[in-house]
Design a protein around this ligand. Structure first.
Ligand code: DPX
Ligand code: MG
Length: 561
């Protein structure tokens, strides 16, 4: 077979396990899309716009480990930037592929459409370079294989997005055949001496503590170290608390699971036990203003051992160039079991109180809605929660063994959830995909529900209509937090048009919600959106406490120099 630049790229995408790539067409990428279509192992999935395309790929990467999004130059390439920067913040290897102007138009004074009517054609590459780990522009078929491989290898190794720009007249040009894919998949191993020194210092730290405790953070998945963290937990026998952004990265059914650690808004007793520990083993953690609740809970100092994706640090030591999974594996063989903190946790912990069912005709409340969502969850469920009160409501869900939870907590861009849920469901056929999305967020990217309908995906969306930007209300209120109401459930028929099987339902009482959920379960050939009508003030108490702290942090006056 003779390869072209485009079919070489398609072969690489298929080889790294992408059964799908997401795309929006435009004249600068049409020849490239044709080439990608020649490979039957990676299917083209279309999106309504490029921002959604980026989020869909981001969601797919959460389900599948990596993803690709193909856009046209400039009008598409600049529109997708938010989602790609988000993938960077969230440590997800999304490969952004953009069509680009014909090579003959470069270095001429030709003015091209989709540009700012100047002959500058490099701004998209410059911007992409700022938000990806590797950005390449392909203008010659000879160099294309090594450039494509360099970008994909970097993305997979660093778990960050990469950028590949392909001139429109190069996409179909013949090029060399791809070599073995192992050169793209191989991880850089740890330096053996540094690994030994890091493991030994970390083991000494743990040995010297009376009440060690593990805290799991969101970078654990990017490091592909979830099993290794479980093995260390098993060996240590200590409690394992999980940060909000890492919910589901350690099984909640595990006897050592100690709840969600999120400062003042932690699960009951979790903050007490974390604060009581004299040796906090932070694995893949990330502390920002939100996760530290406005800098009120920011673990640091001599009692903290940090095991990050590629380095280990503790008081007096800093080791870089070591892989997290290898550090954890090494530690698991060296530590002795120390259940002191786990025993204390059991003493502190009361059995969770069961939430009573609300009368079916009573106005729908947040607690009743969450009670019913909890009842839906199985080991095959994945729950995606949009930025908003859904973060806080989602934290309280008890996840059965195998259930997954997705949250875009570092980037926190509203509008993420609809397309990310779509992409996730494309990447995880067979899972029960449930999204909790606020009314304000939904309005940013609602049209991607149409793609769920197009692909007949039985996604269940809980659209929480509390008539505004409630999280912002709790941080700082004003008229800007009120939004125009929509007929959210009615929108589904608009998207169905003549052939769709999406279902839009409304629930104003607990009884209506239960009935809607039953109908959703019977709707196998399309998404169901259940619009849950809540009072504007019916938000979680944790959101209120957290919002106050974040508001205080935001309002700190400038410090005198
Ligand atoms: C904004 C946020 O309705 O959820 O539960 O009512 O808060 P809640 P909604 O979806 O409203 C979301 C709203 C406006 N954040 O409360 S979280 C600021 C913001 C952001 N991302 C982007 N623009 C603005 N996070 C892209
Ligand atoms: Mg809202």
């Amino acid at each position: 077979m003779t390869y072209t630049v485009g079919s070489y790229l398609a072969a690489r995408l298929a080889q790294i396990g992408l059964k799908h790539h997401f795309a929006v067409a435009g004249d600068f990428n049409l020849a490239l899309l044709d080439q990608l279509l020649t490979n039957e192992e990676t299917e083209q999935v279309y999106c309504c716009n490029e921002l959604n395309c980026g989020y869909a790929a981001e969601g797919y990467a959460r389900a599948n480990g990596a993803a690709a999004a193909v856009v046209t130059f400039s009008v598409g390439g600049l529109s997708i930037i938010n989602a790609i920067a988000g993938a960077n913040a969230e440590n997800l290897p999304v490969i952004l592929i953009s069509g680009a102007p014909n090579t003959n138009d470069r270095a001429t004074d030709h003015l091209l459409h989709h540009t700012m009517a100047t002959s500058d054609l490099s701004y998209q590459l410059d911007i992409a370079a700022r938000i990806t780990c590797c950005a390449v522009a392909i203008t010659s078929p000879d160099k294309a294989p090594s450039q494509i491989d360099r970008a994909i290898r970097a993305a997979l190794r660093e778990s960050k997005p990469a950028y590949i720009e392909i001139a429109c007249n190069i996409a179909g040009a013949p090029c060399a055949a791809p070599g073995p894919v192992s050169s793209l998949l191989a991880q850089a191993p740890s330096d053996a001496d540094t690994l030994e020194a890091a493991v030994s210092a970390a083991a000494d730290f743990i040995k010297a503590r009376k009440k060690p405790l593990i805290l799991i953070g969101s970078k654990l998945r990017a490091a592909k170290a979830e099993p290794a963290a479980q093995a260390l937990a098993q060996a240590l026998g200590c409690p394992v608390a999980v940060m909000a952004a890492a919910k589901s990265f350690f099984p909640e059914t595990h006897p050592q699971f100690a709840g969600i650690y999120w400062g003042e808004v932690s699960s009951p007793t979790t903050r007490e036990i974390v604060d009581w520990s004299d040796g906090l083993i932070c694995i893949g953690t990330l502390f920002n203003d939100y996760s530290t609740v406005g800098w009120t809970s920011n673990p640091a100092g001599a009692n903290v051992l940090t095991l990050d994706i590629d380095h280990v640090s503790l008081a007096g030591h800093d080791f870089s160039g070591v892989r997290l999974a290898e550090v954890l594996d090494g530690l698991a063989t060296r530590v002795e079991a120390n259940p002191t903190a786990l025993n204390e946790l059991h003493r502190l912990r009361a059995a969770p109180a069961a939430v009573p069912e609300a009368p079916p005709e009573a106005k729908l409340s947040r607690t009743e809605m969450m009670r019913q969502i909890q009842g839906l969850l199985t080991g095959d469920s994945t729950v995606l929660v949009e930025t908003g009160d859904s973060w806080f409501n989602g934290m309280n869900l008890a996840l059965p063994e195998g259930a997954r939870f997705e949250i875009e907590m570092q980037w926190g861009s509203i509008g993420w959830a609809v397309p990310a849920t779509f992409g996730y469901a494309v990447g995880a056929p067979g899972r029960q995909v449930i999204a909790m999305i606020g009314d304000g967020s939904f309005q940013l990217t609602a049209q991607e529900v149409a793609q769920m309908i197009r692909r007949k995906l039985p996604i269940l969306i809980f659209l929480i209509n509390n008539r505004g930007y409630t999280i912002e209300v709790e941080i700082h209120d004003g008229p800007y937090n009120n939004i125009k109401n929509w007929d959210y459930a009615g929108l589904i028929n608009v998207f169905n048009a003549e052939d769709g099987e999406g279902l839009g339902l409304r629930a104003g009482t607990g009884g209506e919600l239960a009935e809607a959920i039953t109908r959703a379960r019977g709707n196998a050939n399309g998404p169901t959106l259940i619009e849950c009508a809540l009072d504007r003030d019916d938000c979680s108490p944790n959101l209120i406490s957290w919002g106050r702290r974040v508001a205080t942090a935001n309002a700190r006056p400038p410090q005198p120099k």
